[in-house]
Design a protein around this ligand. Structure first.
Ligand SMILES: [Mn+2]
Length: 351
């Protein structure tokens, strides 16, 4: 059988959370269409200190007669959730670590609730004898410490960490976590991410995951959200072809978002540009024209990081330096080269 995963919905009242409930509805409709009956919510279903669960419970009751079950892991925002918090039969809360064998599946799922001050490994340890290496799934809420994944920017610090060592000792076949709102995949470890961006900083298309517990096959499905956020950071340098350079950069950025006409309509954008230019006004016009099919620019374009470069000699020097850096055989990672160029220009122009 297949089960679906989401996390970090951060629900408040239904009135405050229309986009979040709509995202959940979209996931549930797609689950129904693909005959998936179980939705795991891997922590932070509710926002901090929000304890009115009735609206969510009524929402879930609406799916009871079609056999949908909600399996909830408490997160650091809703650590007080208990199995007794809901009366509805189709809501299951894992307030204790529990290994669950779903019917028609080979891989059991270990549900680990968030516990302040604990590590995920500490919660797995007592269950070790029942965990067959590469034969179980871990579902929890916390920080993966095994790679260079950026930490949750909203919540600095470490929350119920999971380490590489834990994975080496206990060998889950797959790990699905909540806590980091950006979708992330590294080998067999995944953050589904929040089903709709919570604000302008939670950018890009959102997704949920579906996992086949017979064969460990994982699929990613896009959530059709009410709103999409993007906050592109553009760069500009003194050059003969500033306009073309910027236009190409913007069209490349927009292409990378891979949006349909429908998605463009509901996209909110905040634009920041940094660097050096000979003409700030012209810059603004290029940006406005290049983004004109987006009618929902969040705020005014942020030009505070753009400095005027109107000294002919310094411009000539910087052109040579930029050309040199662009031709360096570095990693093809563009943001890194841009940062080097910006540092060099800072040295050249001062300021
Ligand atoms: Mn969290």
């Amino acid at each position: 059988m297949k089960i679906a995963f989401t996390a970090d919905v951060h629900l408040r009242t239904a009135a405050e959370s229309i986009d979040k409930y709509n995202a959940l509805k979209d996931i549930l409709q797609k689950m129904i269409d693909t005959e998936i009956n179980i939705l795991v919510i891997a922590g932070d279903l509710f926002d901090k200190q929000f304890t009115s669960y009735e609206e969510f419970e009524n929402f879930c009751r609406g799916y009871q007669n079609i056999g949908i079950e909600f399996h909830i892991i408490p997160g650091n925002h809703d650590p007080g959730l208990k199995s007794g918090s809901f009366a509805a039969d189709n809501i299951i809360v894992y307030d204790k670590t529990k290994l669950v064998n779903f019917e028609d599946s080979r891989l059991p799922v270990l549900f680990v609730p968030y516990r302040e001050g604990k590590t995920i490994g500490e919660e797995i340890a007592p269950c070790k004898k029942n965990l067959e290496p590469d034969g179980w799934i871990l579902a929890a809420h916390g920080d993966w410490l095994g790679s260079s994944i950026e930490p949750n920017p909203i919540e600095p610090g470490t929350y119920m960490p999971l380490t590489k060592k834990d994975l080496l000792i206990y060998k889950p076949a797959r790990v699905v976590l909540g806590h980091i709102h950006k979708p992330l995949d590294t080998n067999n470890l995944h953050y589904s991410g929040s089903p709709v961006g919570l604000d302008i900083n939670e950018t890009g298309k959102r997704r949920y995951l579906s996992l086949d517990l017979r064969n460990n096959n994982l699929e990613t499905r896009t959530v059709n959200t009410d709103v999409l956020y993007f906050n592109p950071i553009l760069h500009i340098y003194p050059m003969e072809i500033e306009k073309t350079y910027l236009e190409d950069q913007i069209s490349g950025t927009i292409d990378g978002w891979d949006l349909t006409e429908e998605e463009i309509k509901k996209t909110k954008i905040r634009i920041k540009i940094s660097g050096y230019t000979s003409d700030k006004k012209a810059l603004n016009v290029v940006i406005e024209n290049s983004f004109k099919k987006f009618n929902n620019i969040d705020t005014k374009i942020d030009l505070s990081g753009v400095y005027l470069a109107d000294n002919y000699e310094l411009n000539e020097i910087s052109k040579k330096v930029i050309n040199h850096i662009e031709n360096l055989d570095l990693d093809k990672n563009l943001p890194v080269k841009d940062e080097i160029i910006l540092s060099a220009l800072k040295t050249i122009y001062g300021g």
